[in-house]
Design a protein around this ligand. Structure first.
Ligand code: FES
Ligand SMILES: [Fe+2]
Length: 440
């Protein structure tokens, strides 16, 4: 347990309109974040569709040092277990995903474990006779993490027994997960098309701060927007496909006024989204075959309602960010104070024509991947921030925009789309988690 930093010291690093640079540079602050934020919050593990059959598993980390495995058992329940052998602690499962037909088998001394983590068999067991060893003691199993819950197929886990239930924790931000799934005519989504992994050479919080930072796109992405607009101008009217693909880029150069209109909504525990009534995804063309499938499933009025809730990025602080209107998600995994990995997963809308998945995959490649046209711009500025903050100039970074103008409602705070409401929301939660007061 990290005890190098006192509660008062932690609290003093976050002020109403500024943050101390230690948040991005100090390895002790990072270790404390892993223990108090990542070790207490509900962390997104994976989607149930990644483990469709009994014995299917998927491995990830819940904090930088704690490996876990998500596995489906024969009774169709999905578990999240510590990826640790109950004997001498070896990490049991090394592959990212696969299937264990019968049981997990430790590569060291061959202990085997059921899909629910229970100890199945110890080789040459007679050596334990009359030693006091009790094979039914859960400490010898692959232990479950403290709490595991799934919402519409999205599996979260927490190392904290004190965290409230998942729905309570998601609060009003749950609307965005619902909207992502409701955009499927069958009301369900499934992972499709593989994963894009992108390692960033900077602190994990930069990507969360950037999600609803609408003061940056017209600057950071200016050159790619210009290039896309120039390219579109060369296309003949008949180049419908190329045009619709290239048209994904220009909204990133939208005006300050347009981003201001989209608004930002913040919730307890650090969650927030931009958009709602409108977003940079609002002008996407609706494919006729998709619209027909939606109307058949929901009726005209409900279909319009689903389209009308148009968000851009939603953050479920600290590990998951989703784009409901585009059907992809990004999963954040810190590694060190100046390194993290972000994974982009794309989703198929069940009951929708294949073109919808193709559009999602195209978006993921163009915008989020390490070889894309937008994500690398963002990475460049995060890396520069990490580098610049090492200087011994000011010790603080600021976030004053529209301070004092947020509108506080019963379960949410709303404000202008170019405000720093998202920063205020996540750093309020940061402070609560870090001082140990978050679930009190
Ligand atoms: S460490 Fe796993 S069986 Fe010994
Ligand atoms: Fe960006």
């Amino acid at each position: 347990m990290t005890t190098l930093i006192s509660k008062e010291e932690v609290a003093s690093l976050v002020r109403p309109t500024r943050l101390h640079k230690r948040l991005y540079l100090d390895p002790d602050v990072f270790e404390l974040e892993m223990e108090r934020i990542w070790g207490q919050a509900w962390i997104f593990i994976g989607h149930e569709s990644q483990v469709p059959n009994p014995g299917d598993f998927f491995t990830t980390n819940i904090t930088h040092k704690i490996p876990v495995v998500m596995v489906r058992d024969k009774g169709d329940s999905v578990h999240v277990l510590h990826n640790r052998c109950g004997h001498k602690g070896a990490k049991l499962v090394e592959s990212r995903q696969g299937n264990v037909r019968g049981a997990f088998r430790c590569p060291y001394h061959g202990w085997t474990f059921r899909h629910d983590g229970g100890l199945l068999k110890v080789p040459n067991e007679s050596g334990y006779d009359s030693t006091g060893f009790d094979s039914s003691d859960p400490c010898y199993s692959m232990q479950s993490v403290a709490q595991v819950e799934s919402y519409r197929g999205f599996v979260f886990a927490t190392l904290s027994a004190e965290a409230p239930d998942l729905k309570t924790w998601l609060g009003g931000a749950i609307d965005c997960l619902d909207n992502l799934c409701d955009r499927a005519p069958e009301g369900e989504v499934e992972v499709a098309g593989g994963v894009l992994r992108y390692e960033h050479q900077c602190n994990w919080k930069f990507i969360l701060e950037n999600l609803n930072d609408t003061m940056h796109p017209m600057v950071v992405h200016q050159s790619v927007v210009q290039a896309a607009e120039d390219y579109i101008a060369t296309l003949p009217e008949s180049a419908v496909e190329q045009r619709s693909e290239a048209e994904i880029i220009p909204p990133f150069g939208s005006s300050y006024e347009k981003f201001e209109d989209s608004g930002i909504t913040g919730f307890r525990y650090g969650h927030h989204y931009d958009g709602g009534k409108t977003s940079i995804h609002a002008d996407y063309k609706v494919l006729p075959a998709y619209h027909d499938a939606m109307v058949k499933a929901y009726g005209e009025e409900r279909t319009r309602e689903i389209y009308a809730f148009n968000t851009h990025n939603t953050l479920y602080y600290p590990s998951l960010t989703i784009k409901s209107a585009v059907q992809n998600i990004r999963v954040v995994r810190p590694i060190a104070v100046d390194r993290f990995v972000v994974e982009t997963w794309s989703f198929r809308l069940k009951g929708a024509p294949d073109e919808m998945l193709q559009r999602t995959l195209l978006y993921s490649r163009l915008i989020n991947s390490s070889f894309g046209m937008v994500g690398p711009d963002d990475h460049e500025v995060y890396r520069r921030a990490q580098e610049g903050l090492e200087s011994n100039a000011s010790e603080w970074v600021e976030f004053h925009r529209q301070y004092g103008r947020d509108q506080v409602l019963e379960d949410r705070v709303i404000g202008g789309g170019t405000s720093d409401l998202d920063m205020r929301t996540q750093y309020k939660a940061w402070q609560e988690y870090m001082t140990g007061e978050v679930f009190q």
